[in-house]
Design a protein around this ligand. Structure first.
Ligand code: CFM
Length: 481
């Protein structure tokens, strides 16, 4: 039986097709995914606006955001994510901001009367004010949210008018939270908006024969800078970043690169495909999680540009720096049971590396919003008997912890403290603990965080068997939650 129903889902049979247990020979069985969350389930997903502002546009360093919403969405959009940037701009200037972990986010602070009478006037005023306050901004991005989507404010019209009035790009992102089942739809809308309105509209300050765009790399805890270092040492120039540590203009001249590398293949393949279709720039999917994938992919890029020797030098240098230490962590982490609960791609990127390079035992992977292709990869990459969960909820995770008892869970802030309550360590795979986690040194950082958390003496002070949750589960009380 490839599908299973958790005990907690006995009254929600629709969940069955979202929980798959790997079984030989049925890897083609289709899971239910990328669909609206089953009513009654406390989903861990983000909304469409989160996928747009939280993931893609929010990483760009020289723009001011105006969130068209009641103040809650604006607060959520402000500096909630760890994608740092540097003040350096591609034309040699410096962007004036004090803290590059934070970006400029304003909001329209919609009130009841705006909902009744419409909020377009307020949006216009807010953008004008934001520009007055931050005249150095390269562009202003306006975000629609559930409320503005529902009342039907035409933010495109307002942005068009303001682009002419202010003389800078004022871009509308039509991302009401309810426009799709998860943040994934927000990625898609944003890819399309950027392609339609920005790509091809400006020219880069200079070009080389080795220009690439790094697409779907958001510089989580410095990931992008690790790749930038490797690629620069090979002689490759990152012309545009989509969108970690990026500038608005870099997006506008993405059409000028020679090759596009797609790192996050869930959130950003759309724009790579559109660029290939219109401008003929090829793209390749890349994976730099772990030493093996990193080396393989640097070799592949080296081959494309005839920089094979340079690639080997980089691999030798940086792999050499971590090899020995990784052996120590492999010994310590061997046989430890691990879950990977990510948005999607990290659940298939990391399953083989954790097993092969660190000797761990991946018994479950989960994704908030993967589509069919991602689940196919997950199924191929986990071992027999591993559980794959789509759009998991906390009760399901509790049940998994109680029955399977993992040694550590790679997850987000929503799962972390739940895991702690069961005496299980959990590290942040979304925004990382002590990243970067990409590349050779990144994989070592991940191994160190896994080790430090599993071997933290605090867990020895806790007796899992005496946990009240476990007791109540035994006598059935927990089932009624
Ligand atoms: Fe791509 Fe991402 Fe991911 Fe993602 Fe995300 Fe993320 Fe993620 Mo959190 S863009 S799909 S929407 S790799 S924020 S940096 S970690 S869920 S697996």
């Amino acid at each position: 039986m490839p599908f299973k129903l958790f005990d907690v889902d006995k009254e929600i049979p629709e969940r069955e097709k979202h929980v798959y247990v790997k079984h030989c020979g049925d890897s083609d069985t289709e899971m239910d995914c990328n669909k609206s969350t089953v009513p009654g389930c406390m989903s861990e997903r983000g909304c469409v606006y989160a996928g747009s502002k939280g993931v893609i546009t929010g990483a760009i360093k020289d723009v001011v955001h105006v969130v068209h919403s009641p103040v809650g969405c604006t607060t959520y959009g402000g500096g909630a994510k760890r994608y740092p940037s540097r003040p350096n701009m591609p034309d040699g200037t410096t962007f004036p901001v004090e803290n590059f972990n934070l970006k400029y986010v304003c909001g329209t602070d919609l009130k009841e009367s705006d909902v009744v009478f419409g909020g377009m006037k307020k949006l216009k005023q807010s953008v004008q004010e934001a520009y007055k306050e931050f005249p150095f901004t390269t562009a202003i991005y306006c975000h629609a949210t559930c409320t503005t989507g529902l009342i039907g404010d035409d933010i495109d019209a307002v942005c068009k008018e303001l682009t002419e009035e202010l003389g800078i790009d004022v871009i509308a992102y039509n991302t009401p939270g309810f426009a799709g089942p998860s943040q994934s739809k927000g990625h898609h809308i944003t890819n399309d908006t950027m392609f339609d309105q920005l790509v091809g509209s400006k020219e880069p300050p200079k070009t080389t024969d080795y220009d690439i765009c790094l697409i779907g790399e958001y510089n989580i805890d410095g990931d992008l800078w690790v790749l930038e270092k490797y690629l620069n040492e090979m002689g490759i120039n990152i012309l545009s970043r989509f969108s970690g540590d990026s500038t608005h203009n870099e997006i506008c001249y993405m059409h000028k690169s020679k090759l596009n590398l797609v790192r996050c293949q869930r959130s950003a393949t759309y724009i790579a495909e559109l660029i290939e279709e219109k401008y003929g720039t090829p793209y390749i999917n890349v994976d730099f999680f772990s030493t093996e994938y990193c080396a393989d992919n640097l070799r592949m890029i080296g081959k494309y540009f005839n920089l094979e020797e340079e690639a080997e030098k980089v691999i030798e240098k940086y792999h050499g720096e971590v090899k020995e230490e990784l052996e120590f962590y492999k010994e310590k982490l061997s046989g430890k049971k691990v879950y990977i609960f990510s948005g999607g791609p990290k659940s298939w990127h990391l399953s083989i590396p954790l097993e092969k390079e660190l000797g761990m035992d991946v018994t479950a992977v989960a994704s908030q919003f993967e589509h069919e292709g991602g689940y196919k990869k997950m199924k191929e990459r986990v071992k027999e008997g591993a559980t794959i969960v789509d759009d998991p909820n906390s009760l399901e995770l509790e049940e998994m912890i109680k029955t399977d008892r993992p040694d550590i869970i790679l997850a987000g802030i929503k799962e972390k403290y739940l895991a702690y309550k069961y005496g299980v360590p959990s590290i942040m795979i979304h925004s990382y603990e002590n990243g970067p986690y990409i590349g050779f040194e990144g994989f070592l950082n991940l191994a160190k965080d896994l080790y430090a958390n599993i071997y933290n003496p605090i867990w020895d002070l806790l007796e899992f068997d005496s946990f009240p949750q476990k007791e109540s589960a035994k006598d059935g009380q927990n089932e009624k939650v």
